[in-house]
Design a binder for this molecule. Structure first.
Ligand SMILES: Cc1ncc(COP(=O)(O)O)c(C=O)c1O
Length: 436
């Protein structure tokens, strides 16, 4: 029976906030996805920012095939070698005292568990995060998410607060030279938190680079100061490295740049390289306290062996191919290309990011930084027509920002192709808008 794909999609898919890419995707391999109509599209978002090894990496394929045939899913109280191996290897990849690992499924779930643990261990309940954060769609994660989806779902848990984002391109607190005065911004933010707090500050949860917030990289020194604010208040610092973890930014973990160690680290997207695997990692002391207080996070897919085996394979490939150095190298190529585009297209107001997580913000005028929102959607559409999938973030108060997160297995030719398509799309769309 032949059916109409798009009519069926309209009739039967519940819309969850995505705008459908108007192509039926038949297959994905390496840095590309292939449409049913025979088009080859360069995937500059590595799926949903997850497939760091490209699509259907042969090692992952082999691991899944073996796992599904031999050791798929178990009772949640049963342990298997892939789970304990992955826990040990993650601990070995991290600085002390991060050594205790909980293996879960999604990013939201890992943040849910981290926040739950922080509340139990501190005996407090207030959670602070950035005003443009994204930590997931489950209750506690969504309560700490401010970039989207807050309106219309009733009250969040009491005691969720946001602080402003240290956005160097659009500084709100400024030094005499106009640059961001993040020290002042952070001091004022915490004076407001202290004013609102009922004395129950449990944790701050942050992305080291705010991705859904528009690829905002807090300045060097910021996280040291933030960690100190947390310490002064007896709050735990949770870092959510869903997108930045596992080599993407040029180091194994993005927090390495800052010389701090979080109390709790969450990993997801990149850990399974496209398959549903997440981790919560903390110190033995915090884990012991949580356990003593009866920590419960018993789920269907906790400690599942198949995805844990995938996680081990992801680590094998990252180590074998020295992907941290590779991400840095490729990141330099991508960044140089984006800076060169910026020198030719006045619509590119800012180029920012680290390693293979880069962003460009579009403006109508570089002086006034007037946001260029519609243009971004038009450029993304044209890129797709030309064979490049891009993701654009549109938030109030900033221009449409493209998020680029190509696979770490990309070739330089893949990156050059993406840059060329983007160049052409910007050319054409800006010429059209000038003519209009
Ligand atoms: C930084 C960050 N944390 C958490 C999440 C939520 O992860 P998931 O969608 O797997 O629940 C996302 C998803 O985009 C994310 O970008």
């Amino acid at each position: 029976m032949t059916t109409d794909f798009w009519a069926d999609a309209d009739a039967h898919l519940l819309r969850y906030g995505a705008t459908w890419v108007p192509e039926i995707i038949a297959r994905a391999e390496g840095s590309f996805v292939f449409t049913e109509s025979g088009r080859k599209i360069l995937d500059f978002t590595s799926g949903q920012m997850s497939s760091i090894l490209g699509h259907s990496h042969p090692d992952i394929v082999a691991t899944v095939q073996k796992g599904i045939a031999n050791l798929d899913h178990l009772y949640s109280g049963m342990l298997s070698r892939p789970v304990v191996d992955l826990a040990r290897r993650l601990a070995e990849s991290l600085p002390d005292p991060l050594e205790k690992v909980l293996l879960l499924t999604t990013g939201a779930e890992s943040n849910e568990a981290a926040i739950r643990m922080a509340k139990l261990v501190t005996g407090k309940h207030e959670i602070v995060s950035f005003a443009r954060s994204w930590h997931g769609m489950t209750a506690a994660a969504a309560n700490a998410t401010y970039s989207a989806g807050r309106k219309g779902y009733g009250p969040t848990a009491p005691g969720n607060f946001a602080i402003p984002v240290p956005d160097s391109y659009r500084p709100d607190f400024t030094n005499p030279d106009g640059s961001l005065d993040w020290t002042k911004q952070l001091d004022v933010a915490f004076s407001l938190i202290d004013a609102q707090s009922t004395g129950s500050l449990a944790a701050f949860i942050a992305e080291p680079i705010l991705s859904s917030g528009g690829i905002i990289e807090p300045p060097l020194g910021y996280f040291t100061a933030l960690a100190e604010k947390c310490r002064e208040r007896g709050m735990l610092l949770i870092l959510d490295e869903a997108q930045t973890g596992l080599c993407r930014t040029g180091t194994w973990y993005a927090f390495e740049r800052d010389g701090i160690v979080p109390d709790i680290l969450t990993l997801s997207k990149t850990l399974g390289a496209g398959l549903p695997l997440a981790a919560v990692i903390t110190s033995a002391a915090i884990e012991a306290e949580a356990h003593a207080r009866g920590f419960l996070f018993f789920t269907t897919h906790v400690s599942d062996p198949l995805v844990a085996a995938v996680g081990n394979t992801v680590l094998d490939v990252l180590e074998r191919e020295q992907m941290d150095a590779r991400a840095l190298e490729l990141g330099n190529v991508l960044r140089a290309g984006l800076l060169s585009l910026q020198s030719r297209h006045s619509v590119i107001g800012d180029v920012r990011g680290r390693g293979l997580l880069q962003g460009i913000e579009l403006v109508l005028d570089r002086e006034t930084k007037e946001p260029a929102n519609d243009l971004g959607a038009d450029i993304a559409r044209r890129c797709l027509e030309l064979g490049l999938h891009m993701n654009i973030v549109q938030l109030p108060g900033m221009g449409g920002t493209f998020r680029m997160a190509p696979a770490l297995t990309s070739t330089e030719a893949d990156l050059e192709l993406g840059l060329d398509v983007l160049d052409q799309a910007i050319d054409e769309v800006t010429a059209e808008s000038r003519a209009a």
